[in-house]
Design a protein around this ligand. Structure first.
Ligand code: GTR
Length: 329
């Protein structure tokens, strides 16, 4: 099915007639929500948990209509739609959001977080709140962050043990300049591409590899066509739930508070599903023949990517943000 604007029209008609799209005149407000993963994936299930909370606490006056599986478009498109108020709620990865928000770009930097616990402490604390709040100037409201694990390189050609192993490989990256810079810094050839195009590009040899966490590697079937998965854990770019500032402006203070509360309440549910799936996905892809290799020494990766920090952190405020993140115990 083609993805992008076209399939949006039936949804738009439905949403206009059924819900008045959060308009002040309607008694029941149904907010249009998107995710690029299937309904059963932890991020989409996070939205499901959010909807359950909203529906229950509002007595059915406020709810989400969730469109999974990128039916409303790939992330780059849906982020624009959210800024415009065509989409109300959008769960995306932070990498493409970094294209519009330099502050969020900091979270994309390789080897920024020490581990998952560190990432959660940063995002659950005042830095996370500040970052969510910083999106207003881009016509977005940040509602909450979700887990996304560590991203690793995978490809069809050879195991990656050191940066030089990436030389000559065409690696798909998210549509994000920082991700492009990251692969370049390691010596690979970055190819930015929408998520939905990666499987066929791997299968036909248009690209040699990509990078992602365990669950995405499994759910997309990429392990079937790019069986070398190398545990370099170069980044932990979180997922984020965004809301359109235009929709937000049309809601009452009580409704806004309830949405914020529902988003927060969905985080533990998403994390629980995430942790369980991370382990299962690893077992499944290995059982299905993926060749996984550890990287005994990740320092050469970290060192090769250090110049990227200078390229991205041109503003002293961003530099200070990195220092604050690193200082979180
Ligand atoms: C996944 C993320 C998706 C998408 C994808 C990608 O980890 O959950 O939303 O950003 O990566 O690589 O495009």
């Amino acid at each position: 099915m083609p993805k992008g604007w076209l399939p949006l029209f039936p949804a738009l008609l439905f949403w206009l007639s059924a819900s008045c799209h959060g308009g002040s005149g309607s008694s029941a407000k149904v907010l249009l929500a998107a995710d690029d993963h299937p309904l059963e994936y932890p991020t989409t299930q996070g939205l499901v948990a959010m909807n359950r909370y909203l529906t229950e606490k509002s007595g059915g006056r406020l709810s989400l209509d969730i469109f999974a599986d990128s039916v409303l478009g790939e992330e780059k498109v849906t982020i624009e739609q959210t800024q415009l108020g065509i989409l109300d709620i959008n769960r995306v990865n932070v990498s493409p959001v970094a294209q519009i928000s330099p502050e969020l770009g900091v979270l994309v930097l390789p080897y920024l977080f020490r581990d998952q616990a560190h990432m959660r402490r940063v995002l659950d604390g005042e830095i996370g709140e500040e970052l969510l709040g910083s999106l207003g100037r881009y016509n977005l409201v940040g509602l909450c962050f979700y887990d996304s694990g560590a991203r690793n390189f995978y490809n069809r050609v050879r195991p990656i043990l050191k940066p030089a192993d990436l030389v000559g490989l065409k690696i798909r990256v998210q549509e994000s300049a920082i991700m492009v810079g990251m692969v370049k810094a390691l010596g690979g050839s970055p190819t930015p591409m929408a998520f939905g195009e990666v499987y066929s590009s791997l299968a036909t040899g248009v690209i040699d590899g990509a990078e992602n966490n365990w669950p995405s590697y499994e759910y997309t079937g990429h392990y079937q066509v790019a069986g070398y998965y190398s545990l370099d854990e170069h980044s932990r770019v979180p997922e984020i739930v965004l809301m359109s500032r235009r929709t937000w402006a049309r809601l009452s203070p009580e409704e806004r508070a309830l949405i914020k509360e529902a988003a927060r309440a969905s985080v533990p549910a998403q994390r629980k599903l995430w942790s369980a799936l991370e382990e299962k996905a690893r077992r499944d892809v290995e059982a299905n023949g993926a060749r996984v290799n550890a990287i005994p020494d990740r320092r050469p990766f970290e060192e090769a990517m250090r110049p990227l920090y200078d390229q991205v952190l041109t503003d002293p405020k961003l530099r200070a943000l990195v220092e604050r993140i690193r200082a979180v115990p």
